[in-house]
Design a protein around this ligand. Structure first.
Ligand SMILES: [Zn+2]
Length: 60
């Protein structure tokens, strides 16, 4: 990271279905799915995603 063009944070979230922990971008271009079970973790809204998963921490 450290690229100044990047706007937005990364969030560590926990899948509510399989408990997988995954780091996602808060403004994804597309829906973000769990890499393990395929559950949608964040719905792309054009800007900030609508989170479906529990946020554990903000990753800088
Ligand atoms: Zn999952």
């Amino acid at each position: 990271m450290g690229v100044s063009k990047m706007t937005g944070k990364f969030l560590k979230v926990k899948c509510g279905k399989c408990k997988n922990e995954q780091v996602i971008f808060e403004k994804p271009a597309d829906d973000v799915k769990c890499l393990v079970c395929g559950e949608v973790l964040a719905k792309s809204m054009g800007g900030k995603a609508r989170l479906k998963a529990k946020v554990l921490e903000v990753v800088r």
